[in-house]
Design a protein around this ligand. Sequence first.
Ligand code: ADP
Length: 185
Amino acid sequence: MRLALLGKPGAGKGTQGVRLARHFGVPLISTGELLRHRAYTDGAAAGELAELLARGELVPDDLVVSVVNESLAASGAGGYVIDGFPRTLSQARHAAAPTLDAVVHLAVPDDVALSRVAERAGAGRADDARRDATARRLRSFHDDTEPVLELYRRRGILTTVDGTQPPEQVTEAILQALPVPRASG
Ligand code: ADP
């Protein structure tokens, strides 16, 4: 199972990513986590990356694709769950982008997205604590990521699930909607 999770900030990608990766017994690749890690460890380029992340701006495609592929190369051949990729049409069409069997859109209204991010704003992420950054991320979802959803809708691999339900119900809805046999156990 090669599955991507997309949604607004606060839609629940992180939570569902962990649950789905456990269900399928595959690695979870979170582009946000990988980039935040790199922003602390990447020597000379780290400050610039941290600043981009804190402002809620998209990271350049080539960097994102290479970070994703590095992580995939280390993860074996059994499939994966990717949280937060591809976020732009150019990432989806990037020659080196990994192949996907299914794309899950966790749908929540803007006001739910904003209030969930505001609730977790004290938890340590610089971009969650800045209202301008949150607004930018939400705008980028509408401008950059909605066309990606449309692309996968046309390809017939998009599943949209109501992300306002409790986490267990969201997971159940995703597993029921996926166009593949459910794993046992
Ligand atoms: P959220 O979806 O709540 O914004 P993420 O942890 O998925 O949180 O992403 C945090 C930040 O990491 C984004 O605002 C962006 O700067 C960067 N990022 C993550 N994934 C991508 C991507 N596919 N392309 C470009 N930037 C990304």
